[in-house]
Design a protein around this ligand. Sequence first.
Ligand code: PEP
Ligand code: MN
Length: 628
Amino acid sequence: MVIVLNAGVSASRQAAIRREIKQRGYTVRQIEDGERTVLGAIGPAVADPRPFESMDGVDQVLRISKPFKLASRELQRADTVVSVGPIRIGGQRIAVIAGPSSVESREQILECAALVAESGGVMLRGAAFTPYGSPYAFPGLGMAGLRHLREAGDRHALPVVSEAASLDHLDELAELVDVIQIGARNMQNFDLLRRVGGMGTPVLLKRGVGATVHDLLMSAEYLLANGSDAVILCERGIRTFETGTRHTLDLSAVPAVQALSHLPIVVDPSQGAADRATVPPMGLAALAAGAQGLIVEVHPDPKRALSDGPQSLYPSQFEKLMRDIDSLAGVLGMEVARLPLGAAKAAARRPADGGTEVPKVAFQGEMGANSEIAIRRFLERAEPVPCREFRDVFEAVLSGASRYGALPVENSLTGTIHQNFELLLQFPDLTIVAERNIRIVHNLIGRPGATIDDITRVYSHPQGLAQCRRFLSEHAGWQKVSFYDTAGAVAHLAREGRRSDATIASEEAARTYGMRVLRQGIEDNPQNYTRFLLIAADDHPPLAPADKASLVFSTTDRPGALSECLTVFAAHDLNMTKLESRPIPGRPWEYRFYVDVALGPDLQALHDAEAELQELTASYRILGVYSS
Ligand code: PEP
Ligand code: MN
């Protein structure tokens, strides 16, 4: 049964409800499912909801119709996200696990780990107890292999996954791996499932070659019922009459599983393949089908592999696959999970000293750029970290190299900077924590000693030139040159500019590079504001009490769909401050709607509206609840 609690039930009342459920012979699992708190009551085969319905604090009681209860979406609507060290698997992320079929030697697995990390994989695989269908096949290196796997993973900060083929070596294996794989041949080894479920280590559960989707979910239920809360499912191909391929990769299982279960599902395109050429296309197809990751076999020298050589990718094929996944992810609106740059850097994200350390803030551009000015408006003390591209700002925050990122998202004259909203969607582990509007003042800047009469050439970002058209038209004889960045133009002027050169940029940039402001405020329109956002890891609270939220959704394709969604804001007294539609990349003539709403002191209105929007929309994401 699913027992949904009323919003805002006190902790002591929740405990009392849990006690009462247990007294009636059920085991209880508490789930924070988005905005609702849910208790899963698992127990007597024929459950009677009536005693629970009348309990104080209970909103509703639902029967779970499926035989798998804890794995069911009826119990938990939101996707489960499994954490493996710094890696998260599930939700809108693609995680790529790769490595050889078997660990063959220390050198081999070290080489594999290096190539997996370099190409963008986030976890290392490799069997040490290899359960193949022949007693004469390579049996694996056993515990020695696992120790090599661990060393190779650690060297590249890759968590490791390896198969537990029997109960015999389970405890030792669990000491050395981050994820225990249960292979296709063991999917219904219920003793193994029971034991592994109770161990607390995340599990990768593969579908058996003769198992249905339903069987797979029942096996997952064994793990969950024995205590596990970190199960990743894996489709790897089933046995059909087809012999041209080794197994038939059942990609329709991916959406089927996702409809029935909240657990993440990844696909192994290697096990089913008779030939490595099949692996990349089927891997991409799996992601297009909605898989939240891949597990792929790659070998530095597949021709010499001791197991599964013909299906193992060459390193260059794997690298190409990773590049293709990056392109596909944008179309799918998914983020490709990446390894943090290093544990030490990731630790920089959380101040150990209670926040007295000066946080690093990544921004796009050079020192003196308007984004850098914005940083000081967000934080009294900060260390600005220049980045080349906007994407680099997101990467820096995701990896923990910088605690925050400062991004321009909208200009009052030129409109939204869409790229940054697209990136916010692609990096769901980041959130907005604050917003500032900053007036953009353009200045004519020359070298020290120069006067305005000396100038014959001016360079700046095209936006800088365009926003000062009137001033520039008074100096029609000047040559205008486009530059990639306003502050970069000032740096260039300082480095190699002539006395007759000038740039258009902020006063700050002039000061940073020791240049001189020749004329202040030359922009055509002084009402020139840019809206900046400060982003951080998604567990970071708003910088100050939240008073604004940004969200994005797409609607179903029917008359009135958008207006129904908009009514939700009005019904909850939420003042919409922005609405913008944008084409969805890769899906011509389909649109996403970006909405900003102002919030009152009580965030409940937003939570209520969110719950309704999740029902009404085709897709829904909150980009941040933050202080403006
Ligand atoms: C493997 O991952 O190497 C493996 C043997 O997988 P499966 O259990 O899916 O055959
Ligand atoms: Mn294999």
